[in-house]
Design a protein around this ligand. Structure first.
Ligand code: PLP
Length: 393
């Protein structure tokens, strides 16, 4: 069905899809590596692009396309590419936009490997980057060089929950002919639409809220314009970053309940954040839904809800944080986020351990910071569990 003018929840259910001769209500899993041509001319027309047809799964597959079309509609983009992981999405962007001699500006507290690979791997190709506090737009303006080609934001950022002003940064980027990419993993398009706010590219780790069930790894990139989409597609197809049809099918299935999962998770998160803020063993709480968040007003402006990830500091620092993580019973001690289950982790020793201690400290990833991704269990059970774990400190 044509869902272009449908509401968000209807798009979640009905976008994408393919014409299936047998009338399947859900898109089937096309578990095939290659597709049969009707004849030699048909094969030639598919390869030349004269006719739209499937050729080989690395280049395109109906199950994958179902997911890509849906994500593109949800993000209001021109075209999307589903890839093997969130990091494949990040690298698709880096490799498509940056050439030798180029410079990139990124937020200093992004997902660990998104910064790590840029600092440790790309310099060998003469690509350089500055990671700084993008919540301060003057910082960005001061750092722009003639060879700056990309501004890379993550907002809210992992794990400090910093919120960058997408519209204002987009205006600055446009003034300097720089592309803007936003990692929208923490919000999902249900809460924030970076392309509508002026970004050129949006990406997700679908491992998180998009799939939402902690059972696959996947990523997606959506471009606002055709020429950027074509560049991303060239890299995706030739680097072999494509997602597997099975994984794509699970992501598409998980996506159907994004709105209801997000509503429940963020309602829970709001309660848990308030509970933590009032807890005697908790030093501080960072959550976009709390008035105490430094960019609370900006969050209200560009996000339609606070999301479900909370960072907090336990009084007593690292040791106290460890005690909490070792004492939880309902929350699961595991990295990742955005699933139906509550997950708790310690970025300094886990997700962000590969960054130097200085880089972490500079980006506000302190030793006492604990990150919790709130699931869709009963809020009372999550709070009771945290209360007993904090009681062990
Ligand atoms: C998890 C995550 C990634 C990386 O995604 P993978 O699917 O693990 O490769 C990128 N950005 C953010 C914000 C993430 O949380």
């Amino acid at each position: 069905m044509n869902t272009k003018d449908s509401g968000f929840s209807s798009k979640l259910i009905h976008s994408g899809g393919i014409d299936d001769a047998l009338g399947s209500v859900t898109t089937p899993i096309y578990q095939t590596s290659t597709f049969k041509f009707q004849n030699a001319d048909h094969g030639a027309r598919c390869f030349s692009g004269e006719e739209k047809g499937y050729i080989y799964t690395r280049l395109g597959n109906p199950t994958i396309e179902d997911l890509e079309v849906t994500m593109t509609e949800l993000e209001n983009g021109y075209g999307g590419l589903a890839v093997a992981s969130g990091m494949a999405a990040v690298n698709t962007v880096y490799l498509s936009i940056l050439e030798a001699g180029d410079h990139m500006i990124g937020h200093f507290a992004v997902y660990g490997p998104s910064r790590g690979i840029m600092e440790k791997f790309y310099p060998q190709y003469n690509i350089e980057a500055d990671f700084l506090d993008t919540t301060n737009i003057e910082n960005i303006e001061k750092t722009i060089k003639p060879n700056t080609k990309l501004i890379y934001l993550e907002t809210p950022a992992n794990p400090t929950m910093d919120i960058a002003d997408i519209s204002a940064i987009s205006a600055l980027a446009k003034k300097h002919g720089i592309l803007l990419c936003v990692d929208n993993t923490f919000c999902s398009p249900y809460l924030q639409k970076p392309l509508d706010l002026g970004a050129d590219i949006v990406l997700h780790s679908m491992t998180k809220f998009i799939n939402g069930h902690a059972d696959i790894v996947g990523g997606v990139v959506v471009a606002k314009e055709k020429d950027i989409y074509e560049k991303l597609k060239f890299v995706m197809m030739n680097m072999g970053f494509n997602i597997d049809p099975n994984q794509a099918w699970l992501a598409r299935r998980g996506l159907k309940t994004l709105a209801v999962r997000m509503e429940k998770a963020q309602a829970n998160a709001m309660e848990v954040a308030e509970f933590l803020e009032n807890h005697p063993k908790v030093e501080w709480v960072l959550f976009p839904g709390l008035k105490s968040h430094p960019q609370y007003e900006l969050g209200l402006k560009q996000m339609s809800g606070p999301g479900a990830v909370i960072s907090f500091g336990v009084k007593g620092g690292l040791e106290a944080g460890k005690t909490v993580m070792n004492s939880v019973k309902l929350s699961i001690l595991a990295v990742s986020l955005g699933g139906i289950e509550t997950l708790i982790q310690h970025p300094a020793s886990m997700t962000h351990s590969k960054l130097s201690k200085e880089a972490r400290a500079g980006a506000g990833i302190t030793d006492e910071l604990v990150r919790i991704s709130i699931g869709i269990e009963d809020a009372k059970d999550i709070m009771d569990d945290l209360d007993q774990a904090l009681g062990q400190v």
